[in-house]
Design a protein around this ligand. Structure first.
Ligand code: NAG
Ligand code: NAG
Ligand code: NAG
Ligand code: NAG
Length: 389
């Protein structure tokens, strides 16, 4: 139907959004093909378009799309196997720092010599599987291989996630902040939300996939949730701050990033599946509602760093959408279905150029560049909408 321009102007003046067409599977497939233009076949990573942990998130969104789209599934099997083979040999070395406003930054070998003081160029080809010096990076890869296992049934992927979990678990209880907490980094400089949420989330996912070891993973997930809940990182508004001050072990008041409101939703939903205890879902919805209230404008998700989110912050919002999808599939609410479809439709209408290049700001305008980080993140919202509509 043709809409008269004065009607559009009237809707805009009244603050209403102009109706947009809903995203379709064909759009998600086009978005997948754009993402794969950034894929580096020789190393199995989306580099140099994005980085190491971000590549794990690219793999995850492809698996999540493959789970609902047979065409993409057929094409993605070779991506999983190529990444499995090549990425763990390449194992890109890097240094990460927490910048002003708790903004994370990653410096890679190929950024030499533009790196901060004190940073040493790493040896570029150290073979260390999917482990490195950062426990959050390890958690992202564990979740990526669990997602690839879910869609392929390939047990090699599941056992890779299990062995990554063991490396994270070895750090448990070594921080000054009690319980099962883990450090963010192997240099022991920071205890933050993301690494600890991922530790919980990986354990809870494995509890539902671990066969004879399910109760082992469940017990770690429960212990880690007990610690996280009492850590103080969930504030009085029910949103999650960036981390703890390691001198006082109190909430550091750091930025409320969307991804820290996301990973916890997946962890709590998996815990609820493993225990049939609905109280985890109740807590997850409290955090989801608080995050949506705090981080949206007219229903569209924003991170406080926009429009300058760097290479890492540009991928955060997709993590929230992906985990809201997990919660929504377990315990649907109309308001979450609306959130996911509004965000997906806004990305397609306002944050796209060409057929399917998707950028940082989901409400628009499109800003340069679109890369594997922004593309995978936006695709998470589109997959979330398609999977729950
Ligand atoms: C793939 O990655 C390697 C190693 O970083 C790099 O040398 C090469 O230029 C990349 N290929 C493309 C097409 O970007
Ligand atoms: C941690 O708290 C201590 C004591 O209040 C304070 O002196 C220090 O500056 C804080 N550290 C950071 C990184 O904020
Ligand atoms: C989000 O929460 C922060 C504190 O965590 C607060 O400063 C900010 O005003 C909130 N924003 C909205 C839109 O609720
Ligand atoms: C990817 O795009 C985002 C948003 O435009 C930008 O902030 C980021 O630096 C880009 N990443 C890389 C590795 O260039």
């Amino acid at each position: 139907m043709f809409m008269h321009s004065s009607l559009v102007a009237g809707l805009l003046a009244s603050g209403m959004t102009v109706p947009v067409n809903a995203v379709a599977f064909a759009d998600a497939e086009a978005g997948y093909h754009t993402l794969q233009q950034f894929y580096n076949q020789s190393i199995g990573l989306w580099i140099p378009s994005t980085g190491w942990w971000n590549s794990a998130n690219c793999l995850t969104v492809i698996a999540d799309l493959a789970a609902i789209d047979a065409t993409v599934k057929a094409q993605s099997l070779s991506v999983f196997s190529n990444t499995f083979k090549k990425a763990q040999v390449y194992n890109l070395q890097m240094q990460k720092v927490v910048g002003a406003g708790y903004m994370p930054w990653t410096y890679y070998g190929h950024h030499w010599p533009n790196f901060p003081p004190g940073w040493h160029k790493p040896s570029p080809h150290r073979t260390n599987g999917f482990l490195n010096s950062y426990y959050d990076d390890e958690g992202w890869w564990a979740l990526a291989w669990i997602a690839a296992y879910d869609v392929t049934g390939n047990r090699q992927y599941l056992s890779t996630a299990e062995s990554i979990f063991e490396d994270m678990k070895a750090a448990s209880g070594t921080t000054p902040c009690g319980g099962t907490a883990i450090w963010w980094d192997k240099d022991k400089t920071y205890v933050n939300a993301i690494a600890n949420e991922l530790f919980l989330d990986v354990a809870a996912h494995l509890a539902n996939r671990g066969g004879s070891k399910s109760s082992y993973y469940l017990s770690w997930a429960k212990k880690q949730w007990a610690w996280f809940q009492s850590s103080g990182m969930i504030n009085a508004q029910h949103t999650v701050n960036d981390g703890l001050n390691i001198t006082t072990c109190k909430n550091n008041g750091g930025t409320v990033w969307s991804y820290n409101q996301g990973v916890i939703l997946g962890g709590l939903t998996e815990l609820s599946k493993a225990t049939h205890d609905n109280s985890y879902i109740t807590t997850a919805k409290q955090i989801a509602d608080a995050a949506i209230a705090n981080l949206t404008v007219n229903g569209i998700l924003h991170d406080p760093c926009e429009p300058d989110c760097g290479a890492d912050g540009s991928q955060f919002k997709g993590v929230f959408a992906r985990n809201l999808q997990i919660l929504q599939q377990a315990s649907p609410e109309t308001r979450y279905a609306t959130f996911l479809s509004d965000n997906a439709n806004s990305i397609w209408a306002n944050d796209r150029i060409g057929q399917s290049e998707l950028s940082l700001i989901w409400s628009g305008p499109y800003i340069q560049p679109a890369n594997a980080s922004t593309q995978s993140s936006a695709l998470d919202a589109i997959v979330g909408a398609l999977a729950t509509s």
